[in-house]
Write a protein that binds this ligand. Structure first.
Ligand SMILES: [Zn+2]
Length: 172
């Protein structure tokens, strides 16, 4: 580990972001192992949100895929490692609101949450699976609509069996 990687590890431990990442990995039932450069790798992340194949919280990098696929994609791991460094520069959890602001700004400008997002650009757009976009794109809008629908669906109240039962319908 280089002195800079050690410093990032200590900074993200002290600012609480790595602890949050470890808790998230634990509650999501991920498999956790030591990664390179002081990182922690959590695989088989299953919850719906965030809508991403991989994401970083402090020095913890969480992947939807299993360990075999993670080690087979060092480019994505390097991209996520740069986000870990960004956490340290942002003093930990302030990274999250700053990132969402940058993503919103990027979406308004380009129709993509990543293309003009300074955090994604500094981490490497292509490595993170983003495509350079210079204008508003319908494809980005469509995916947002789909996600919004999913979120609304979770909040839709479900009818209970008692509510559906009509008067006079008694169980035998
Ligand atoms: Zn990224």
């Amino acid at each position: 580990m280089t002195p800079a990687q050690r410093l990032r590890q200590v900074a993200n431990l002290l600012n609480g972001s790595t602890v949050l990442g470890l808790l998230l990995a634990r509650f999501a039932g991920c498999n956790v192992c030591k990664g390179p450069h002081g990182l922690v790798i959590a695989t088989s992340y299953r919850p719906r949100l965030p809508v991403a194949g991989a994401f970083a919280v402090g020095n913890v990098v969480l992947f939807r895929s299993d360990a075999g696929q993670v080690w087979g994609n060092p480019v994505l791991l390097e991209h996520e490692e740069r986000h870990c460094t960004q956490y340290a520069w942002c003093l930990g959890l302030p990274f999250l609101p700053l990132y969402f602001l940058a993503a919103g700004w990027s979406f308004l400008r380009t129709g993509s949450a990543g293309s003009a997002n300074i955090f994604e650009r500094m981490a490497g757009l292509e490595a993170g699976g983003y495509v350079e976009s210079h204008g508003y794109r319908l494809a980005g809008n469509r995916s947002l609509t789909k996600n919004r629908h999913r979120i609304n669906h979770i909040g839709t109240p479900r009818r209970t069996g008692a509510a559906r039962k009509q008067p006079g319908q008694e169980e035998k």
